[in-house]
Design a binder for this molecule. Structure first.
Ligand code: FAD
Ligand code: NAP
Length: 543
């Protein structure tokens, strides 16, 4: 990243004429910056990292790549950008996605308006001025609007393992991987976790390390990526009708082009089910969960998908006891489905050991390795693939204070409450991009981010046109929305397991289902709210 990316905000911004302060410079913060500056607003983004890109700046572990297809996991706000950019693979690698983000930032001249190496520590709404006072580790700025683009999966979960300080080897979290990479050659490596990050990195680390020991608390379902060079015919089709392609995806439940089968598993014959699952498996990717319309609603239907996936594990993993341990006893899709390249096959390697820590937790990290099940595993390096304090972690690590000095931490003590995942009652002129209560992590996140950014930018412009200084979600609208989010989730199998969607991976976190299920109805609701003059928000001409 060139040094000019660290350009300071102008003097007028420093003196308090900043219209909007954005926290975070990943996909969300950068596009927010673009929309607002294009509308003539004074906006800057503060980013804790030394570079832009968010997820794709931080997660540089071996094998990191998207699992929504590249042509879908990309911005759609510019037709020219979509026409010009060429993805090389079906699922792009982390370096390629980061190059893309950097290209977008250069192309739309966003870098001068991003302050890197700047962590926001607190944001306080001043009721007398109607402005936010935002404190960073480099000073204080004031802005009319404060927009959180802090990411759903940016605050790491590193469990408080006893003895970590005593470990004489090196340790890494997948979400803060060293930029220079890590050479595991001839090393005995321990991996804690078997979620998406672990499943992507295990096959590659196993090829390099002398021995890899995987500590598994919960087994994961995974479907093959069948990654490879992007099919030129698919690119041609996409570029011939970009708008139509994006429009069709926007009508699908996850905002991604998974072919949705409206038939029900339980109303299909076993031959029909087998054929559908076989086809989805051969295609690869997350579209497996769209195989039947009742999969995420009916446990018996879900069991048919589970049995198919378990059979694949048994066919792939040669040691029956290891295959059994790798077999989840969960609803498929309840924890996020993983997409892999050679994950289960890796457990056939002589240098890979699977350790079950489901019945008793890891006891401690010792000077020489990890002690679990009464045994010490000697290691030179440990990889924590232990995930994130999802959806609320980054927000609540900032001291955010709204009306009457009320903190967001107090407001959300029993779980997050928002209106549309965009606004919070008691916190005027404050927006969250892909906040809890929006489709966010249950969708292709780039279209979800763009939809939120467009909605917020339109709202700010509407306020300017109508001389409104202040917007705030009402408690009534928020209560009704929270009830609706829960009602939708409770009609599915999602709340039935200890997933990070529920906050269950972080000890002490309230158990509340955070994302909203259903991209198209959500977008429709947001549009209706805007068309009705921001129904459910109170608008005021005074601050
Ligand atoms: P982020 O990219 O997380 O950016 C937020 C930024 O805010 C970070 O750079 C952070 O440093 C900064 N920040 C946070 N707090 C502060 C603070 N207090 N002060 C200053 N800066 C702060 N989604 C998909 O849809 N498809 C995928 O295939 C996919 N793959 C993923 C793979 C991995 C390994 C991970 C971890 C996530 C993946 N996701 C995927 C989700 C991914 O997070 C989103 O798709 C998207 O990149 C989020 O962009 P964002 O800008 O909202 O947040
Ligand atoms: P994750 O899915 O939360 O997985 C964390 C893993 O660590 C789980 O297996 C968890 O076990 C384990 N773990 C946590 N604490 C532990 C402890 N104290 N002892 C033992 N094991 C422990 O995190 P992630 O793999 O980083 O993925 C998070 C999300 O990021 C994904 O779901 C996905 O949305 C996104 N992502 C996407 C991709 C992609 O393919 N594009 C790649 C990486 C991440 P439990 O299940 O028992 O809690």
């Amino acid at each position: 990243m060139p040094d000019r990316a660290r350009a300071k905000p102008s003097e007028s911004e420093r003196l308090g004429e900043l219209d909007v302060l954005i926290v975070g410079a990943g996909f969300a913060g950068l596009y927010m910056l673009h929309r607002l500056r294009s509308a003539g607003l004074e906006a800057i983004a503060y980013e804790a990292g030394s570079g832009i890109g968010g997820t794709w700046f931080w997660n540089r572990y071996p094998g990191a790549r998207c699992d929504i297809e590249s042509i879908e996991y990309s911005y759609q706000f510019s037709e020219e950008l979509q026409r010009d950019w060429e993805w090389s693979e079906r699922y792009a690698t982390q370096p390629e996605i980061l190059r893309y983000v950097e290209h977008v930032a250069e192309r739309f001249d966003l870098l001068p308006h991003v302050e890197l190496n700047t962590r926001v520590n607190s944001a306080t709404f001043d009721e007398t001025t109607g402005r936010w006072s935002v404190e960073t580790d480099r000073g204080v700025v004031s802005a009319q609007f404060c927009i959180m683009a802090t990411g759903c999966l940016s605050s790491m979960n590193t469990p408080d393992f006893k003895g970590l300080d005593s470990f004489k080897g090196s340790w890494f979290h997948t979400g803060r991987w060293p930029h220079e990479g890590v050479d595991f050659t001839d090393q005995r490596v321990g991996m804690i976790g078997t979620g998406s990050s672990a499943i992507q990195s295990i096959p590659l680390i196993a090829q390099e390390a002398s021995h890899l020991t995987v500590f598994q608390r919960t087994a994961s379902y995974s479907v093959p990526a069948h990654n490879g060079p992007l099919d030129p015919e698919r690119v041609r089709e996409f570029k011939a009708d970009i708008a139509g392609f994006r429009e069709r995806n926007s009508q699908l439940p996850f905002g991604a082009g998974f072919k949705l089968n409206l038939a029900k598993a339980l109303e299909s014959t076993s031959e029909q089910r087998q054929s559908e699952y076989d086809e989805r498996w051969a295609t690869g990717g997350l579209g497996f969960v769209a195989a039947f319309s009742d999969l995420l609603i009916d446990r018996e239907a879900n069991d048919t998908a589970a049995e198919f996936l378990l059979q694949k594990i048994r066919e792939t993993v040669k040691d029956a006891a290891v295959a059994e341990l790798l077999s989840p006893d969960l609803v498929v899709g309840c924890k996020r489905l993983c997409v892999d390249t050679g994950y289960f096959e890796t457990f056939n390697r002589p240098n890979v050991t699977l350790v079950d820590v489901s019945k008793a937790p890891i006891e401690e990290i010792t000077r020489n390795g990890i002690r679990a099940n009464g045994e010490e595993y000697e290691l030179d390096a440990i990889v924590f693939a232990t995930g994130f304090d999802a959806m609320t972690g980054a927000l609540l690590s900032i001291d955010i204070r709204g009306r009457g000095g009320m903190t967001l931490r107090e407001k959300w003590a029993e779980g997050p409450r928002t209106y549309l995942g965009l606004g919070v009652a008691g916190f005027p002129n404050f927006f969250t991009i892909t906040g809890p209560g929006s489709p966010s992590v249950l969708s292709n996140m780039i279209p979800s981010i763009e939809q939120h950014v467009n909605w917020i930018a339109d709202c700010v412009e509407y306020m300017r046109e109508h001389d409104y200084a202040c917007i705030e979600a009402t408690e009534e609208a928020q209560d009704a929305w929270v009830a609706h989010v829960n009602e939708v989730a409770n009609g599915t199998l999602f709340p039935t397991c200890n997933s990070w969607y529920l906050g269950a991976n972080v000890p002490g976190k309230p158990r509340v289902f955070m994302p909203y299920l259903g991209f198209p109805p959500y977008v429709q609701k947001c549009n209706e709210v805007a068309e009705k003059g921001y129904e459910g928000f109170s608008l005021d001409s005074a601050g």
